[in-house]
Design a protein around this ligand. Structure first.
Ligand code: SF4
Length: 463
């Protein structure tokens, strides 16, 4: 992921495993979640069956900090799920960490989910008026309340009954007694993959988590598909249908790892295509193409190949710099950017640079970065973005700042160039992005266009 892009955060990544024979499931979950760390860095957790009971462990922190102890112990099990999270509206609180574990009238249930139920408040207000008490602000707890209150006798029936009430984005994994459950909302906003290897079934947000577990035989869970895996094998059913799909195009632009497949697309190749598309819309006289690592890497390669301008690693990323933190002064903010990204003077000095990044949120970090690059001797810096102008919030699982904070709502590309000290700024237009992804009708572009694929409840909507 681009380290310049501090404004966007994913909510979560999930993993689920079912094994026909006992093995160290917590250890396997660790590896899967470690691969999904980029999808959430504030809390990590697992739930698994330990003999006769479901147990969970979760805490604030990175996967290696929270779950590292599971690498040194053998906890034989057949089923488990895991979750990494970035907290948003609920704040960075432990009670919002997942998986959530309950024992209710339907059985023992553990749930971990990626996405955002956009009508949460409406449902919650109703349930609270009817006497429900919530311990967290998470959508997952809301779902468990609905399941427990369902009059249907069994868990699968209860689940199917409550799903039409939920609006928004959810790709989730659950344990119900000894069954692994995988589910994707009918619009397919968030990716979810399932695969098998030697009696083990793995479900994960991205294929990089399946790769690390050496699961090569996988497929995308279909929008609206419910999958149950237990000792009787795998059963699949399309339980919800929608008039269209609305896969999040930002997964391809920025969120997913380049070695992953999401929505049946190679993220690396898709980003190369976006870079090539940028090169095709304008030709800037320049000497080198420089990516902002990491999410700019693939696109910069595509731009360089299409334009014939050499690619150079003009910025070094410090992989040991942790999450960004808010610093009160400009000097401190600049230091944070320097800690993460640093220009390679020998590459940059005297050059006209096309700088490739994925998106522009507030513009403040880019401003610092352009300053550092110019101080390192660059003659010109032309910023090129593989996303269109970001103008609208997301209600489907991505934390985007308010409209007034998004720089593209207050400035034109030329004004942005002046503000950040660049010589020019060009965004990939929506129609070009649509050409890159192929079937634009199956994607969501709402944060660029303001045209939401489903109605956002008026109480939730920012205008
Ligand atoms: S609004 Fe943007 S970030 Fe949200 S699902 Fe749609 S494309 Fe993705």
């Amino acid at each position: 992921m681009s380290q310049s892009n501090e404004g966007l955060r994913h909510h979560c990544g999930v993993v689920g495993i079912y094994a026909s024979e006992e093995q160290n499931i917590p250890e396997q979950l660790f590896y899967g979640l470690f691969s999904l760390q980029h999808r959430g860095q504030e809390s990590a957790g697992i739930a698994y069956r330990n003999k006769d009971e479901l147990v969970a462990y979760k805490s604030l922190g990175m996967v290696s900090q929270v779950l590292g102890r599971y690498l040194s112990e053998n906890r034989a099990s057949t089923i488990g799920i895991g979750h990494v999270r970035y907290s948003t509206h609920g704040g960075n609180k432990l009670e919002n960490a997942q998986p959530i574990l309950v024992s209710c009238n339907k059985g023992d249930i553990a749930l971990a989910h990626n996405g955002n139920i956009s009508n949460t408040q409406t449902i919650k207000d109703r349930l609270e008026a009817e006497g429900s008490i919530f311990q967290s602000t998470s959508d997952s707890e809301l779902m468990l309340h609905l399941i427990a209150r369902s009059r249907k006798a069994t868990f699968p029936e209860a689940l199917k009954e409550i799903l039409p009430e939920l609006e928004g984005a959810y790709s989730m994994v659950m344990i119900f007694n000894n069954t692994l459950v995988a589910l994707r909302d009918p619009y397919g906003f968030r990716p979810l993959y399932i695969g098998t290897r030697e009696g083990m079934t793995v479900v994960a947000s991205e294929t990089c988590a399946l790769d690390i577990l050496q699961v090569r035989d996988y497929r995308s869970v279909k929008p609206g598909e419910l999958i149950l895996v237990d000792e009787n094998g795998m059963r699949s059913e399309i339980v919800m249908r929608s008039p269209r799909t609305a896969q999040c195009v930002f997964e391809l632009i920025y969120f997913a790892r380049p070695d992953s497949y999401v929505f049946d697309e190679s993220v690396h190749l898709m980003r190369k295509r976006m870079g090539a598309a940028l090169a095709s819309i304008e030709r800037t006289a320049c000497d080198i193409v420089v990516p902002i690592p990491d999410s700019g890497n693939s696109a910069a390669l595509g731009y360089a190949e299409a334009s014939g301008v050499p690619l150079e690693q003009g910025l070094t990323r410090n992989h040991y710099a942790g999450r960004s933190f808010i610093m009160p002064t400009n000097a401190q903010r600049e230091l944070v950017v320097r800690m993460k990204l640093h220009p390679v003077r020998s590459v940059i000095e005297g050059k006209r640079i096309v700088l490739i990044d994925d998106s522009l949120v507030r513009g403040t970090t880019s401003r610092t970065l352009v300053k550092l690059i110019k101080e390192a001797g660059a003659k010109e810096v032309h910023l090129r973005l593989t996303s269109p102008e970001l103008k609208w919030p997301c209600y489907f699982g991505i934390d985007i700042p308010t409209r007034s904070e998004l720089i593209s709502n207050t400035m034109s590309p030329d004004q942005i160039a002046e503000f950040i000290g660049a010589d020019s700024v060009v965004f990939l237009p929506i129609d070009k992005l649509a050409e890159c992804v192929g079937k634009p009708e199956s994607y969501c572009f709402a944060c660029f266009s303001g045209r939401y694929p489903i109605q956002v409840p008026s109480g939730e909507k920012e205008t």
